[in-house]
Design a protein around this ligand. Structure first.
Ligand SMILES: [Zn+2]
Ligand SMILES: [Zn+2]
Ligand SMILES: [Zn+2]
Length: 339
């Protein structure tokens, strides 16, 4: 059976307790989407993922990326965050500077015209103790649009005195002090993340559904690989949802969950692997049930079929299959033949 690197990575991620905690929240519907929150120090954070990683902000970000990388998460563009090109900090200011001397010490000035006498001066020159008084004729300006007109604004540099219509926009990094413009600004794309539906199925099967089954086998002293691989007599590696070993005893188990009866094709494909591997026992957990043909075929192939509505119920039935301490190995598998 061919497995891509991503598939293997996904399987190992499903075994990670932090990943299980996070993905379980998606499966239960507690989380629909991971929405990033802007953070001056960390650029972006995923608070819901942090809970699964004991509050480790950086590890949570890395995990989210990793889950996307292997196809467990899908993502959608959310926003671009401007960062310092030198230190990548998002703690960046937007400043406007004098085009002549680059000083940040600029002021916006507004030009007024006194309607009756025609005097044109900046607002500062009209301001006397909070009211507007014409510097030439001395009359008070009361109503905008009637007594006076606003003619426009400009910026005046307090350092070099030069006027400009539009000052130059610059960015200043509050972390490292680097000053830069749009031309060398760094941008970080930020995404929202959702659990892909394929991965949800895969996770449910390899973790949520397998958990009670794994617990039963562990309780019986087996070492588990979930999923696991066993080399067959042909040399081919076969993958099973669970490979349980205790001494020389090897148990293989596959689980199929469906919304309808499971047909004999599932039995046939398990049998092809079982035939090559020749384990002590082979189980097929069928949720919710097998078709009559599939059940007969399982008996014929000495595959212990467990049919149950839930994996919890299946785990109880599985436990029952081990309740006869003297019946182990292939002899026991024979006892599963429908008589
Ligand atoms: Zn200047
Ligand atoms: Zn005047
Ligand atoms: Zn910086």
């Amino acid at each position: 059976m061919f497995e891509t690197v991503a598939t293997k990575d996904r399987q190992s991620l499903y075994q990670d307790p932090g990943v299980q905690l996070l993905l379980n929240k998606f499966v239960k519907g507690d989380i629909v989407e991971l929405v990033p929150s802007f953070d001056l120090e960390h650029t972006v954070r995923y608070p819901e993922a942090e809970i699964a990683l004991d509050g480790d902000i950086t590890a949570a970000k890395q995990l989210v990326e990793r889950l996307w990388d292997v196809g467990i998460f899908k993502r959608k563009f959310f926003e671009k965050i401007l960062v310092c090109p030198t230190c990548f900090s998002a703690n960046v200011s937007n400043d406007y500077v004098c085009p002549n001397c680059n000083s940040i010490d600029i002021e916006r000035k507004t030009l007024l015209e006194h309607t009756s006498c025609g005097t044109i001066e900046s607002v500062d020159n009209f301001l006397v103790e909070g009211i507007l008084v014409c510097p030439k004729c001395g009359r008070e300006l009361v109503e905008a649009g009637i007594d006076y007109q606003k003619l426009g604004s400009w910026f005046q540099c307090s350092q070099c005195g030069k006027r400009s219509d539009i000052p130059n926009p610059i960015h200043r990094c509050r972390n490292c002090g680097h000053i830069f413009t749009i031309r060398d600004t760094g941008f970080v794309s930020v995404y929202t993340y959702r659990l892909s539906s394929d991965a949800e199925e895969e996770f449910k099967r390899s973790y949520v559904l397998m958990k009670p089954i794994g617990a039963v086998l562990e309780g019986l002293g087996f070492m588990l690989d979930m999923p696991g691989q066993v080399a067959g007599r042909s040399g081919v590696l076969h993958r099973f949802d669970t490979v349980a070993t205790k001494g020389s005893e090897v148990i293989v188990l596959d689980l199929i969950a469906s919304d309808k009866q499971i047909e004999e094709a599932a039995i046939a494909s398990l049998y092809a692997k079982v035939f090559d591997v020749a384990p002590s026992r082979a189980f097929l957990i069928a949720i919710p049930s097998l078709s009559d043909k599939a059940r007969k075929l399982a008996g014929l192939y000495r595959i212990s079929a467990i049919e149950a509505g839930t994996s919890q119920d299946a785990s109880i039935l599985l436990r029952d299959k081990f309740d006869w301490p003297d019946l182990t190995g292939i002899d026991d598998a024979a006892s599963d033949l429908p008589l």
